[in-house]
Design a protein around this ligand. Structure first.
Ligand code: UT7
Length: 324
């Protein structure tokens, strides 16, 4: 027997305000055609004034607890993956913890930009398998609208706000690749690329929050190679192949990056979950949001083999292979 980290349920929350490409074209020099053709994005959700990352995270967490049919009091670990915390500190995770009425266990934030959910899944998996905790909430929650330069058309059209959460439980499993739970995770970073996608402010450097800056073409150039490499690592570690996957739930940054990765790996396009059209790039929230949508509409079911991948600022990138 071995301990596996099993996803019991997923929940999500999107702010009510939807901003279409046409609406953005009223304030910056862009068009629905350009955004749709280059990225696949049609619209994104934007948080209301005063609606914080922790507010989105709490709502996603409550939905995940309901989906998993477990009580908040049974949670002893909360990890919030975010690059847009409410404050520099305390961690947004402790605000989520308090919002859920939980006073035991541990709560902390994890920052790996768009790879936050995959880095978080690997971290939670390690803590559960080590026996330190029994039942965790992993939340990806972002309000990127707060760090965008709304006059920069090369970045402001790409991102959106939202949160997704999963309840993950330590369970005894037979110790085989047919087990439920996280089967393997692979994390990578390369700080030589740190200025290709960054925020030009912070407590130690400028004492301001700053705005997102990106050399989009440079990020794009590396994305497909990095994503496919780390997915191949997951196949090599488990013996599974592209044909064995039931679903591919990629980070939702750009439809062309997803299509390029799917083509290179020889995946069946019908097995790919796409939400970038509706959500834009919600950074660490994008994978749990996509997972939540595909579980809710009946596509992803218990027992399915699901590959997650993400790539983002740092660069950071990673993959996780999970049996639901
Ligand atoms: O989460 C991970 C992090 N992010 C990503 O993965 C994003 C990676 N990068 C991308 O998705 C793409 O590079 C972008 C969508 C950001 C840009 O697409 P692209 O095909 O690489 O376009 P480009 O940057 O080469 O720009 C082409 C043209 C430029 O005009 P010129 O120089 O050819 O005259 C841009 O100024 O498109 C122009 N442009 C725009 N036009 C209308 C850039 N942004 C816009 C815009 N609307 N919003």
């Amino acid at each position: 027997m071995t301990i596996r980290s099993v996803i019991l349920g997923a929940g999500c929350y999107l702010p009510s305000r939807v901003v279409t490409n046409d609406e953005l074209a009223k304030t910056v020099d862009t068009s629905n055609e350009w955004i749709l053709q280059r990225t696949g994005i049609r619209e994104r959700h934007i948080a209301a004034p005063g609606e914080l990352t922790s507010d989105l995270g709490i709502k996603a967490a409550q939905a995940a607890l309901a989906a998993a049919k477990v009580d908040a009091q049974s949670i002893d670990l909360i990890v919030v993956a975010t690059s847009t915390p409410d404050n520099t500190f305390p961690a947004s995770a402790v605000t989520v913890q308090a919002g859920l009425g939980i006073t035991k266990g541990a709560a902390f934030d994890l920052q790996a930009v768009c790879s936050g959910f995959v880095f978080g899944l690997s971290t939670v998996d390690a803590l559960l398998r080590a026996g330190n905790f029994k039942r965790a909430l992993l939340i990806g929650a972002e309000t990127f609208s707060r760090i965008l330069d709304w006059t920069d058309r090369t970045t402001c059209v790409l991102f959106g706000d939202g949160a997704g959460a999963v309840v993950i439980e330590a369970q005894d499993q037979p110790g085989q690749m047919t087990d439920r739970g996280v089967l393997t995770t692979h994390l990578r970073s390369d700080g030589r690329h740190k200025l290709k996608l960054y925020v030009d402010g912070g407590p130690s450097s400028t004492q301001t929050v700053g705005h997102l800056r990106m050399e989009g073409k440079e990020v794009f150039k590396h994305a497909v190679t990095m994503i496919t490499d780390v997915i191949r690592d997951a196949f090599a570690a488990t013996g599974y192949t592209a044909q064995d996957l039931d679903w591919f739930v990629p980070h939702q940054a750009n439809r062309r990056i997803i299509d390029g990765s799917v083509h290179k790996l020889g995946l069946d396009p019908a097995k790919v979950v796409i939400t970038v059209d509706k959500h834009g790039n919600t950074s660490a929230a994008s994978i749990p949001l996509a997972l939540c949508v595909a579980i809710a509409d009946g596509r992803i079911k218990q027992g399915d083999l699901v590959m997650f991948e993400a790539m983002g600022g740092g660069f950071t990138w990673g993959s996780a292979l999970v049996r639901m």
